[in-house]
Design a protein around this ligand. Structure first.
Ligand SMILES: [Zn+2]
Ligand SMILES: [Zn+2]
Length: 269
């Protein structure tokens, strides 16, 4: 890594259904990279907690408890997907476990499949804008709920609409809603994640991108976290150096890692 404090606070092990590698393999990679801090954040898709995630979350917690992290700052995290779809599940996932860090994510709208499955190339542009409007509204509801530390991969639908399907979206139409999201984060004291997975995927930019990071900063946003969203050991730490440079370009001087659900500010060095 090119930065002294390079830290990856969003990534997945085999405790996630779509993760490839064991916790120990991820740990070995974190050490090899020389990360300043590594936070593992396996998935808990709240609306599927009963059917698929209760045991996974338990197993992830047990495996994290067994990590021998000598010499590396290791933090225990979780990515809560769609917490508002099943608040009892979100409570149970967090209950009795002293996580360091909780990401709040939205992978699908209520009763709709993950944006991953969306056929954006064959959708009416107005329908796409409507989906994005519904996405911002649900994000605002999540911030009002507030049971997380950092908002994961804001603009996630663009990974599929623009990235996978090559359908351009006029984001100027969404500027007002995005301002509301940023203002709500600032007021609630929640962080915004810079998810660097988009840099290595077809989208070609971070989620959110530089212009949105600038806007968040203009509106008073200072809490930011960084994550590669790696689902395999090779992707751990990828894009974190670039993400730190993006933050500097957007006006930030610091970023945060979380320990015991509290931000620890680190310089962008
Ligand atoms: Zn996610
Ligand atoms: Zn993730």
């Amino acid at each position: 890594m090119n930065h002294k404090y390079a830290s990856d606070c969003h990534n997945h092990s085999h405790c996630s259904p779509d993760g490839d590698h064991s916790v120990s393999a991820m740990l070995a990679r974190a050490r090899e990279l020389g990360l300043y801090a590594w936070t593992l954040t396996d998935h808990c898709e709240c609306q599927k907690f009963e059917s698929r995630y209760r045991d996974r979350v338990r197993r992830a917690w047990e495996e994290m408890a067994g990590v021998e992290a000598a010499g590396l700052r290791f933090c225990r995290g979780i990515e809560l997907g769609q917490p508002l779809e099943d608040l009892a599940a979100a409570r149970e996932a967090l209950g009795g476990r002293d996580y360091d860090f909780v990401i709040g994510s939205l992978h699908n709208l209520r009763d709709k499949p993950d944006f991953y499955y969306m056929d954006a190339a064959n959708m009416d542009p107005e329908e796409l804008h409507g989906l994005l409007d519904a996405y911002w509204d649900e994000i605002l509801n999540m911030i009002a709920w507030g049971g997380f530390d950092s908002l994961g991969h804001l603009t996630y639908p663009l990974r599929y609409i623009q990235g996978e399907h090559g359908v351009p979206v006029d984001m100027s139409r969404h500027a007002g809603k995005l301002d509301q999201v940023f203002q709500a984060l600032v007021q609630a004291g929640k962080a915004l994640e810079v998810n660097t997975s988009g840099l290595r995927q077809k989208l070609g930019e971070a989620m959110p991108n530089l212009s949105l990071l600038k806007r968040y900063h203009e509106l008073g946003g200072r809490l930011v976290t960084l994550g590669s969203d790696a689902h395999c050991a090779e992707d751990l730490g990828r894009g974190i150096d670039e993400g730190m440079e993006l933050l500097k370009a957007a006006g930030f001087t610091e970023f945060a890692i979380y320990e015991k659900r509290r931000p620890v500010m680190l310089p962008l060095e």
